[in-house]
Write a protein that binds this ligand. Sequence first.
Ligand SMILES: [Cu+2]
Length: 149
Amino acid sequence: MKWMTLLLTSLCFSVASSTAIAAASPEVIAEAGWVRWLPDGRPAAGYMTLRNNSAQAIDVVAASSPDYGHVMLHQSVSDGTLSKMVHLKKLTLPAHSEVKLAPGGYHLMLEKARAEPAIKPGDTVQVKLTLSDGTFLHLTLPVRPPATL
Ligand SMILES: [Cu+2]
């Protein structure tokens, strides 16, 4: 009976891994992504253009990274004199359109960078975006110094 259990276990593993591949979003792509690094352990920001090629709106509902302990969706807003950052629960990508995450607007806030080896310009970081249709985007973003602005 023991071989049966082993066989079932390995079958489950192969099903799980093919599901993980299938879960990459077929409809949403990210272009021109990068991370703006700041010195002294200050939070970094992630920028990119997200394109939704589908006929329905899709939301980005979560973001995470193995390279940062805490990742949030933020929007910088200004009333003309003061600028502040608002935490977003989701970022809607309308059908057949693109949304830019860029300095002064939407961005990923990347906090609690891993310590060893410390993230620095020239590195790449991994970011995973979870979409409202249950699929994911796995991104590899180059890290650049703030002067890239
Ligand atoms: Cu922010």
